[in-house]
Design a protein around this ligand. Structure first.
Ligand code: NAX
Length: 331
């Protein structure tokens, strides 16, 4: 039998945490033959509720779940973890300045970076979900210099999956037959959902989405804004933000990173990168990637038309601005 993998979920008493931990314990993230030990972190005011989640995990009698650590102690939470899913953060409340929210998250991610650096297992892979996801991941990278930068990522897979979902609804095809959409840039409303390289598996073979949809106005307009605004639409409908879809996307992200992407398929991940596609250096930016042997690689050589170029640059500008704001909170 395989040795258990230790998976940290921060903010585990929150709503994404509640959806995510049972998925991990059922093998959705790391596979049906991979035992796991869950490490759950939350803050003191949520300690009782976190303990309730632990009780439910016991009650669920998951065969793959070999242990649960539920704690408000960051060091205990980070010790020995192989995978860290960072869902905990400070939410923006009504009337709060952006800078104040940023400042809270910068200090959370700065201190959790140090704890991970000192106490996580070697080669720990980190996924930041909490917003502002790209910039929280960047701060984490800055303050955990001994964690290889290729091991630090942020979640844009939910946006990616939302884009697949919109195309599948529009064409009335199975979502599993749609692939290779791309989310470029920030996990925010400036993200660019790009279908220029996306295809659909049809009885007549693989066809470009652009050929099948043949409504450029929709693809360049409503499709993009629907994906960009989907988070807000869910809040409006549910009076709560996306949780099950975010948890599922976090599992997809880690699963593909660890176990590899299918041949011919790419996915979107926010990563610290090498200047591909003329995106300014020094940001955590979402790119199309393939994964093999536990490593992601940016898909190279995709054509970028003028329309796309502007959108890639716009979201990069927003990320640079967020980065400056984050750095101004450090001093
Ligand atoms: P909740 O408010 O339900 O849960 C957050 C949890 O984090 C709470 O239990 C809170 O006590 C805990 N927390 C706060 N500070 C902490 C700290 N310093 N250490 C550990 N835990 C801490 O929010 P939820 O709906 O679960 O969303 C979590 C985060 O995901 C938010 O930042 C949200 O904006 C972000 N999202 C990111 C998405 C993405 O695609 N990247 C999509 C979904 C989601 O909106």
């Amino acid at each position: 039998a395989k040795d258990p993998v230790r998976v940290l979920v921060t903010g585990a008493a929150g709503q994404i945490g509640y959806a995510l931990v049972p998925m991990i314990a059922r093998g959705v993230m790391l596979g049906p033959d991979q035992p796991v030990i869950l490490h759950m972190l939350d803050i003191a005011p949520a300690a009782e509720s976190l303990n309730g989640v632990k009780m439910e995990l016991v009650d669920a009698a998951f065969p793959l779940l070999k242990g649960v650590v539920a704690t408000t102690d960051v060091v205990e939470a980070c010790t020995g973890v192989n995978i860290a899913v960072m869902v905990g953060g400070f939410p923006r409340k009504e009337g709060m300045e952006r800078k104040d929210v940023m400042s809270k998250n910068v200090s959370i991610y700065k201190s959790q970076a140090s704890a991970l650096e000192k106490h996580a297992a070697a080669n720990c892979k980190v996924l930041v979900v909490a917003n502002p996801a790209n910039t929280n991941a960047l701060i984490l990278k800055e303050f955990a210099p001994s964690i290889p930068e290729r091991n630090i990522s942020c979640l844009t897979r939910l946006d990616h999956n939302r884009a697949l979902g919109q195309i599948s609804e529009r064409l009335n095809v199975q979502v599993s037959d749609v692939k290779n959409v791309i989310i470029w840039g920030n996990h925010s409303s400036t993200q660019y959902p790009d279908v220029n390289h996306a295809t659909v598996n049809t009885p007549a073979g693989e066809k470009p989405v652009r050929e099948l949809v043949s409504d450029d106005a929709w693809l360049n307009g409503e499709f993009i804004s629907t994906v960009q605004q989907r988070g807000a639409a869910i809040i409006k409908a549910r009076k709560l933000s996306s949780a099950l879809s975010a948890a599922s996307a976090a599992c997809d992200h880690i699963r593909d990173w660890v176990l590899g992407t299918p041949q011919g398929t790419f996915v979107s991940m926010g990563v610290y990168f090498d200047g591909s596609y003329n995106v300014p250096f020094g940001l955590i930016y979402s790119f199309p990637v393939t994964c093999a042997n536990g490593e992601w690689k940016i898909v190279q050589g995709l054509s970028i038309d003028e329309f796309s170029r502007k959108k890639l640059d716009l979201t990069a500008e927003e990320l640079s601005e967020e980065k400056n704001l984050a750095y101004s909170c450090l001093s």
